[in-house]
Design a protein around this ligand. Structure first.
Ligand code: HEM
Length: 515
């Protein structure tokens, strides 16, 4: 075809056969990706062993390709390792990858187009239960879970890092399954943590190119075969991933049968389904879809939430003046005799601006989750071959100095400036960090609420500053990334303490999970 003569988008030069393998980093791929964007422009193309990788670096190009041409830019990479071998095919369909045509799918999807139809069905469920008009149903749970977070930090400020991890995992288990995590050694929480570690750093990491994904016939290697370690790993990982999907889901169903459940993602959807169905039962397909979407939510919300919260702490430590200004706003609106609630939100624009700036500076999924283009395509005279993996480089977009002057500085005020409508639209960070078009993050209303209440409550209750070591020296916090998909920083030390004796009693008396 003629357009095959057009040139590919520009990018760093690769080597024969391995292509740009050496340019790929296992962690922090968004850093070189930003440099390539500055050097080569809106589209950057690389190849690894002949597999094309396209980085979409500007909002304009993301809208043109990922939204307007969504029909061919919304597929997910086929990852034999994550999907077939590790058993994640049903979950990763929306989260990381897709593996159409597997047996398990065929069972539940007779007569339907395997890819498009399932995706539409499952996204509909997620938007139904997590859409703007349902999100207020979760507010009581979010407030209670946040009180638990504050109480945990109050009792053990030195362990606030692990308390935040527990809060984040527990938050998702609570809103998705109505499951209350009451101890650090909760079994489901530990299972989920391990499953996620496997998924994002081992199984489906964006920077890792599994040899079996490049050469799918390798999946037939016998387990004992030298070099088939990936298959042995996969067999173990698969069992773990399946337990992670089934156990919490079965818990919710049991609670519902006993009449002891709370309103959560799974129970709301099962109730909706039972209302819709004539015989009051939930059909297998719906059951399957709810089960797997629920699990995807866990995976999708954990690292993203952690990333935002740790960046929030880092910025508060670096900018005591911002923390003080935020506390002043809270004291004026909420007072000091109670904690903030969602009804205070409209009256606290500065806290809102901190939430937006935290989302911007953390860009938790900096390169989006990879898509796969299903047809050859031409854009601005550049040829993009079918099968190319496509990354929406939102990390670069939220650092565009034309839209966000001094982009590397944490400055909530940028969201409070009076600007014309067009500039305000371009500055809306939610247009970037949640991705684009048909695969845009369905959790954006949830995170908007959960992040707001967590940030507002922590600012109301605590002073946060630099930690001091045993010799009295200040410890400078440092953000070091050790994840390949999300901007989750490694833990760093900080000092956190209640603002006053009154804050202590307000925190202690707030309604928590065990009340
Ligand atoms: C600050 C927090 C979050 C950020 C920045 C974020 C960002 C993203 C991004 C960039 C994508 C890929 C979109 C694309 O391909 O264009 C995504 C997908 C997704 N997110 Fe989020 N997310 C966050 C939190 C959450 C939460 C809390 C949930 C669940 C409650 C969630 C559920 C999902 C799901 C299920 C997908 C896959 C959608 C699909 O492929 O169709 N996310 N998210």
């Amino acid at each position: 075809q003629n357009h095959r003569r057009l040139s590919l988008p520009p990018g760093p030069k690769g080597l024969p056969i391995i292509g740009n393998l050496k340019d790929m980093t296992l962690t922090g791929l968004w850093f070189p990706a930003q440099k390539w964007a500055q050097q080569f422009g809106d589209l950057v193309y690389l190849n690894v062993f002949g597999q094309g990788l396209l980085f979409v670096n500007s909002y304009e190009a993301a809208v043109d390709l990922l939204e307007k041409r969504g029909a061919i830019y919304s597929d997910k990479p086929k990852m034999v390792m994550a999907g077939e071998l590790c058993g994640c095919e049903n979950m990763v369909r929306h989260h990381f990858t897709a593996s159409p045509g597997s047996d398990r799918f065929a069972d539940a999807d007779i007569g339907l187009t395997p890819y498009g139809d399932r995706l539409r069905r499952q996204r509909k469920l997620m938007l139904q239960a997590l859409g703007a008009n349902r999100i207020h149903s979760y507010h009581p749970l979010l407030e209670i879970q946040t009180h638990n977070l504050l109480q945990g930090i109050l009792e053990s400020p030195d362990q606030s890092q692990s308390i935040i991890r527990r809060y984040t995992g527990g938050l998702t288990l609570l809103i998705v399954y109505g499951y209350r995590v009451l101890s650090n050694t909760d079994r489901l929480l530990e299972m989920a943590d391990e499953g996620l570690e496997l998924l994002s750093n081992r199984i489906a990491a964006a920077g890792i190119v599994w040899i079996v994904d490049l050469f799918p016939p390798l999946k037939h290697l016998p387990l004992w075969f030298p070099g088939a370690q990936f298959k042995r790993d996969a067999a173990v990982w698969k069992g773990k991933m399946e337990a992670l999907v089934n156990e919490p889901y079965d818990f919710t169903k049991q609670q519902m049968r006993q009449g002891t459940g709370v309103d959560c993602y799974v129970s709301m959807l099962l109730d909706d389904a039972a209302l819709e169905s004539k015989d009051q039962s939930v059909d297998n397909q719906r059951d399957f879809d709810i089960r797997w979407t629920a699990n995807s939510l866990y995976a999708a919300s954990f690292d993203t939430t952690i990333s935002t919260l740790w960046h929030f702490f880092y910025e508060m430590i670096q900018h005591p003046e911002i923390l003080a200004k935020a506390q002043k706003e809270i004291d004026a609106v909420v007072g000091t005799s109670r904690l903030p609630t969602f009804s205070d939100r409209p009256n606290m624009p500065y806290i809102n601006a901190i939430v937006l700036e935290t989302l911007r500076i953390s860009s938790p999924v900096p390169l989006g989750l990879p898509r796969r283009i299903t047809e050859d395509n031409v854009y601005k005279n550049m040829f993009i071959p079918k099968g190319t993996l496509v990354f929406g480089n939102n990390y670069n977009m939220v650092r565009d100095p034309k839209v966000y002057p001094n982009p590397d500085v944490f400055n909530p005020e940028r969201f409070l400036e009076e600007v014309d409508e067009q500039t305000a639209k371009m500055r809306d960070v939610r247009n970037y960090v949640f991705g684009f078009g048909r695969r845009r993050c369905p959790g954006l209303f949830m995170i908007d609420s959960s992040l707001w209440i967590a940030i507002a409550s922590m600012i109301a209750a605590f002073d946060i500053g630099k930690a001091v070591d045993e010799f009295g020296n200040t410890i400078e916090p440092e953000v070091i990334y050790d994840n390949s998909v999300f901007t989750t920083p490694k833990p760093f030390k900080y000092d956190i303490r209640p603002r006053s004796a009154q804050a202590v009693s307000v925190i202690r008396s707030a309604k928590g999970l065990s009340d």
